[in-house]
Design a protein around this ligand. Sequence first.
Ligand code: NAD
Length: 299
Amino acid sequence: MARVGFIGLGKMGLPMAANLLEAGHTIKAFDVVDASTQAAAQRGMTAAATAGEAATDVDVLFTMLPSGTNTLAVYQDTDALQVAAAGTLFVDCSTIDVASARKAHELATNAGKLSLDAPVSGGVTGAVAGTLTFMAGGSGEAFGKAKPFLEIMGGRAVHCGDAGSGQAAKICNNMLLGISMIGVSEAFVLAEKLGLSKQALFDVASTASGQCWSLTTYCPAPGLVETAPSNNDYKAGFAAALMLKDLKLSQDAAGSVAAATPLGKHATALYEQFNEAGHADMDFSGIINFLRSKERDTS
Ligand code: NAD
């Protein structure tokens, strides 16, 4: 069994680390918020006092942090990379910008460590159940070493390419998801106004060319897909704040390579308005109610 360091014990990180512990690995856990480190200790992990302590004498170090700034803070502003043994595998599972992900790889490689960016989809439910999907970027060697751990925390791990490719896959996927959720929501709002029942639209579109995950698995109109957050008062799920974060990352990335993403840009603006209207904690599919309440813009 392996020795694992885990930094960032929030809504995602703690259950991910708990699944590694349950599989028999030992875990050194650290979070800047002491109560979170203590919560990990209560579950049987060893509390580390610093990031460096979590990185000492481990085979692999996972980070699960809010942003690229936080990942680089661990990689640059602590001694984690210096104290870890040569060849230790650093895996950043946070969703961050591609440039920071590449910088983290560079720092780890220069310090003689293996490095992987491996953001996830599947949310807190997937983190608890160990059914996350990992999108990984880095060398084949790093991916090969990480895979047994990723397979404990998730149902699927895809090697997407070199450094930063996991983050690129994540933000492209989530830009598509944000756009498709707005598209499905608009179709239901239009159907309502045309006097078409939501059941009729669902029966047609779910088996026709409008079919997509936002419709058939996560339908924003309630009463059609039992497990969708729309049937639970739009409780997240995947919070609108996180969707906005990922859409903004997609737009930063698009800007950096001059890619035209007009629908991605528009989806970002709509989720920005939705968040600003006080719905940051609501599931992102709640945007259907926001769209319903909007007046038609005839410009
Ligand atoms: P969270 O805010 O609950 O947890 C982040 C944790 O990191 C916090 O406990 C915080 O104290 C800690 N932290 C911040 N900076 C740190 C540092 N320098 N050193 C040590 N600890 C530090 O966030 P989360 O929901 O667990 O999300 C983590 C990442 O996963 C984010 O990048 C998010 O975008 C991504 N993600 C989240 C979800 C979701 O549904 N929550 C789904 C997919 C991906």
